[in-house]
Design a protein around this ligand. Structure first.
Ligand SMILES: NC(=O)c1ccc[n+]([C@@H]2O[C@H](COP(=O)([O-])OP(=O)(O)OC[C@H]3O[C@@H](n4cnc5c(N)ncnc54)[C@H](O)[C@@H]3O)[C@@H](O)[C@H]2O)c1
Length: 379
């Protein structure tokens, strides 16, 4: 049975978008934040976004009004969760803050209310175990911006019941998104496990080969089917987001990521990418600008080291029971915009060549590169 009443806790970048997509699907939504001014700003953004859909004739004015009227902004926590059947928590990615918020929530929300966290990297089971209802706690990872991005990762914790996982999947479907189940609560879930280590690997590749950023990015775009280069994608995502994910993932498992010092340096120097005007590349304004990449430049760089890294992580997810090939391909297509399936690229390059590359990297740079047993079994 689907829920009808949803409270979204946190009205920032992600929260206001999740409130909007939920109201669009017909849910009654309460949007909660700690200050009225934050809620006012969020409601303004939702209004702007709905107006834009009306002006593009995607929805009627009446429809936009009815969606907007289904979102009620409330600061008082008790009042905000009074009718909630599901609470989607979208507060900042700070473990201590999340735990504090859940302690407050636990005290005011009825025992049957489902807790769903939009965390990108924090351990679901650990947060769940601080509440009175770990079996009703689940990870629901929307991508930015929720209004446009089709993918939502669903991450059950160790104690989450199948019924709650099923219900969350139904909710995701009902808001017109595609769910990918990350069957285990592993660092980075699926998309960040593929994407974040690859950004670091691209930095190593540049150091080791002296290729230019544009050559590496062109190879990633034209040979691997990414929608843009990996450095370009990092600039688009923001170095603050990448740095935060790096720290959290590395904290959970030293083997998941081989941190390259450039990420920390750029974060410290506030070179955050597109949003700050400079990241790997320089940007003249805060609008989205494409970097000049080409098929000719792509010929100057062999991306096998990057393919080896992303494939080894995909294989790790399968070997460790967190996912399977078809779910990984679906996630990569919807979450990273990949136009070519990862395992198809791998077959084109040759699994043997990829394993040889990992063996070579392991010999030269350490155990981080050890090939996953699944790749070896595919030889
Ligand atoms: N920004 C992204 O690209 C992105 C993508 C996917 C997931 N996420 C995850 O979503 C979560 C939120 O990220 P964001 O970028 O929207 O952050 P944000 O800082 O834009 O918004 C967080 C909001 O939560 C509010 N808040 C703080 N304490 C609160 C409380 N006790 N109750 C209610 N609201 C409270 C803040 O005032 C703020 O408005 C994080 O866990 C993050 O990892 C972010």
């Amino acid at each position: 049975m689907l829920v009808k009443n949803i409270t979204v806790l946190g009205s920032g970048v992600m929260g206001h978008g999740i409130a909007q997509v939920s109201a669009t699907a017909g849910y009654n939504v309460v949007l909660r934040d700690i200050k009225q001014e934050f809620l006012d700003k969020a409601m303004e953004k939702i209004k702007w976004s709905l107006d834009k859909l009306v002006s593009k004739e995607k929805i009627s004015k009446e429809k936009a009004d009815s969606i907007f009227s289904r979102i009620v902004p409330i600061v008082d926590l008790k009042e905000a969760v009074k009718n909630a059947e599901m609470i989607i928590e979208v507060v900042p990615e700070i473990m201590e803050l999340k735990k504090k918020v859940y302690a407050e929530l636990d005290a005011v929300a009825g025992p049957d209310v489902i807790f769903a966290s939009n965390t990108s990297t924090l351990p679901i089971t650990e947060i769940a175990n601080t509440t009175s209802r770990p079996e009703k706690f689940i990870g629901i990872h929307f991508f930015n911006p929720p209004q446009l991005m089709k993918l939502v990762e669903i991450i059950p914790g160790e104690k989450t019941t199948q019924a709650i996982t099923d219900l969350t999947q139904e909710y995701v479907k009902s808001v017109n998104k595609q769910a990918v189940l990350c069957r285990k609560d592993v660092p980075g879930f699926i998309i960040n496990r593929l994407f974040i280590p690859m950004v670091h690997e691209a930095c190593y590749a540049q150091n080791r080969t002296n290729a230019t950023l544009e050559e590496i990015d062109s190879a990633v775009k034209f040979k691997l089917g990414f929608p843009m280069g990996i450095f370009e994608l990092a600039d688009f995502t923001g170095m603050d987001v990448i740095h935060k994910a790096t720290v959290e993932m590395h904290l959970r498992d030293k083997k998941v990521i081989n941190p390259h010092p450039t990420i920390q340096k750029m974060f410290d120097e506030k070179k955050l990418g597109q949003k700050s005007g400079e990241g790997y590349y320089k940007y003249s304004d805060d609008k989205y600008e494409r970097v000049a990449l080409s098929a000719e430049l792509a010929e100057k760089f062999n991306p096998i080291q990057l393919v080896a890294n992303i494939l080894n992580n995909a294989a790790w997810l399968i070997t460790n029971g967190a996912s399977d090939i078809s779910e990984i391909e679906k996630a990569a297509q919807l979450g990273l915009g990949l136009r070519k399936p990862l395992f198809e690229t791998a077959k084109e390059i040759g699994i043997k060549n990829i394993v040889d590359e990992l063996n070579r990297l392991e010999k030269e740079h350490g155990e981080f590169y050890k090939p996953d047993p699944l790749l070896i079994s595919m030889l």
